[in-house]
Structure formats: structure tokens, C-alpha cells
Design a protein around this ligand. Structure first.
Ligand code: PNS
Length: 158
């Protein structure tokens, strides 16, 4: 069984994330979406909320499951018997930092990182931008699942 991790903050999950997760699910026998739950980071959604949204978003993919992690990603991969990390690359701007992380993770544990090019339709998409646009009343429908949009709209109104 070849198992991959798709790690991230997912605050909140977007259609760009789902694109990468669904494509990873076709490349590997099992995909674990690894949600960083580091409590010290300032998030709009709690770890439980982010994981609940990812669980709902990944329901169409039977070989995808969701798990939280705190600490090193390489420790998570060891504990979950994960053989590869899958990361989406949106544009060249992502590359430097992603390469650095891939090389650090490889030096820590030998784990491979597989880069998947983001679909052009989502190459500009980032959770941080979605939150900013939504906060100022911009239309972000179509960039994230409807049920996530509903939770985002509700949270921003609180
Ligand atoms: O969605 P993000 O914020 O880009 O996700 C970043 C994440 C959670 C994948 C990254 O920060 C991470 O792997 N954190 C775990 C801590 C760790 O292992 N750090 C060393 C990375 S080389």
C-alpha cells in the first residue's frame, strides 16, 4: 500500500486544495490530509472546524482520510506509515520555499516530496487571499465549496 500525505493549514480548504487532494488520490493507494493544528498560529477556523470541512470536502474520494498533526511533518509521516508528501505548486513563487521544505524533510527522514502542478484555474488561489477578499465583500463563490463559503461568510459576520 502506497500512502501519501497532503499537508497544509487549510484555513479554510479551497477548490485548489481539493484539486490537489483528488489528483493525489489517483496517484496513491491512500491519501492522508495532514492538517497542521499548531495552536500558536492565528487561524480563522479552529483545528476541529478545518478538519470537519476537509472531511466533508474529501467525502467523494474513498481513499482519502483526514488527520491533525502538531510538530514535525516527518514525525507524522513516520507515525502514519506515509511514503511521500504531495504538494501543489501554483507558480514559480511557490518553488523556492517548497523546495527548501522538501529538502529539509528529505534530510530529516529520507521522505520524498512529489510536486503536482496546480490546475491553471486555481493558480492564483490561496486561503489567505480568499479570506481577505471575502472580508471586504468580494465574491469568492466558485473558489471554495458552497458549504465552506457558508461557514466563511458566517464566521466573518461574527
Ligand atoms: O498551508 P501551509 O500553511 O502552507 O502549510 C504549511 C505546513 C503545515 C505544511 C508546514 O508548515 C509544515 O509542514 N509544518 C510542520 C512543521 C514542520 O515539519 N516544519 C519543517 C518543515 S521543513
Amino acid at each position: 500500500m502506497r500512502r501519501a500525505a497532503c499537508p497544509g493549514s487549510f484555513d479554510p480548504v479551497t477548490n485548489g486544495h481539493i484539486d490537489i487532494i483528488s489528483r493525489a488520490s489517483r496517484l496513491f493507494d491512500e491519501v492522508v490530509v495532514a492538517v497542521g493544528v499548531n495552536a500558536s498560529k492565528n487561524r480563522l477556523f479552529s483545528a476541529e472546524e478545518r478538519m470537519q470541512m476537509l472531511t466533508e470536502a474529501s467525502a467523494p474520494y474513498p481513499n482519502v482520510r483526514v488527520a491533525g498533526f502538531d510538530g514535525l511533518l516527518t514525525d507524522f509521516c513516520r507515525d502514519h506509515d506515509v511514503h511521500a508528501i504531495v504538494k501543489g505548486l501554483r507558480a514559480v513563487g511557490d518553488f523556492d520555499y517548497e523546495l527548501q521544505m522538501a529538502q529539509m524533510n528529505s534530510s530529516l527522514s529520507g521522505i520524498e516530496t512529489v510536486f503536482v502542478p496546480t490546475s491553471p484555474a486555481y493558480s492564483f488561489l490561496a486561503s489567505s487571499l480568499v479570506k481577505e477578499v471575502a472580508k471586504f465583500g468580494g465574491d469568492v463563490s466558485g473558489l471554495l465549496p458552497d458549504f465552506v463559503l457558508a461557514q466563511l461568510t458566517k464566521r466573518l459576520a461574527e
